[in-house]
Design a protein around this ligand. Structure first.
Ligand code: COA
Length: 168
């Protein structure tokens, strides 16, 4: 029988908007330097994070939050990026240290994939460093194809396009 403490206490990932910028910044600012480097692939200063959050375009992609008892504990930012092959959704994930290894990261990424499936986006990608075992396990558990890309790893998810009656 599952122990009471093992039951998930997180609400389903919820869509966030411009009114949540302060909460988003506080969540990211609470990451230590190592986690910031894993999340942003650069050493992200406080000023960098503030600029990043100010610059989020909530119309070009979406942001999902994982809440526990009303507290923001995890974030997925899916940004629409134009690549040579077309438009992809690039997802950045972060979970507060105290909330890790409880399935929050996977639920956030799963929710991003589900949203992408409902839209016309054909591909979702997550970039991470080769030594990021947590992100590698999270991506692989959801069926990603990882490729080495200029010293980093690019995990790709093919998201089946909706059938359309329209011609090419
Ligand atoms: C990557 C991250 C989002 C994972 O979040 P999480 O909520 O701890 O992950 P989950 O609990 O959903 O675990 C998903 C899988 O990863 C595995 N995992 C989690 N942390 C791990 C670790 N430190 N080492 C090895 N595997 C790990 C889990 O066991 C699980 O795999 P399984 O299905 O084989 O059991 C989190 O570690 C984080 O915020 N890291 C800092 C930011 C970052 O690296 N972002 C990624 C680049 S955008």
């Amino acid at each position: 029988m599952m122990a009471a403490s093992a039951r998930p206490t997180f609400a389903r990932p919820a869509r966030m908007g411009p009114q949540h910028r302060r909460q988003l910044a506080d969540h990211l600012l609470a990451l230590d330097l190592e986690d910031r480097a894993r999340r942003f692939m650069v050493g992200a200063s406080d000023a960098y994070i503030e600029r990043y959050v100010s610059g989020i375009d909530f119309d070009a992609g979406f942001v999902l939050g994982a809440f526990e008892a009303g507290q923001l504990r995890g974030v997925a930012h899916a940004a629409s990026v134009q690549e040579r092959s077309g438009s992809v959704l690039e997802v950045g994930l972060s979970v507060a240290r105290a909330s890790r290894r409880r399935g929050v990261g996977r639920e956030l990424l799963r929710a991003c994939l589900a949203r992408a499936r409902q839209s016309a986006v054909g591909h979702v990608v997550v970039l991470y460093r080769p030594d990021n075992q947590a992100m590698a396990a999270t991506a692989l558990s959801l069926g990603a194809t990882p490729r080495h890309d200029d010293g980093d790893v690019r995990a790709e998810f093919a998201v089946p396009a909706r059938t359309s009656a329209a011609g090419p």
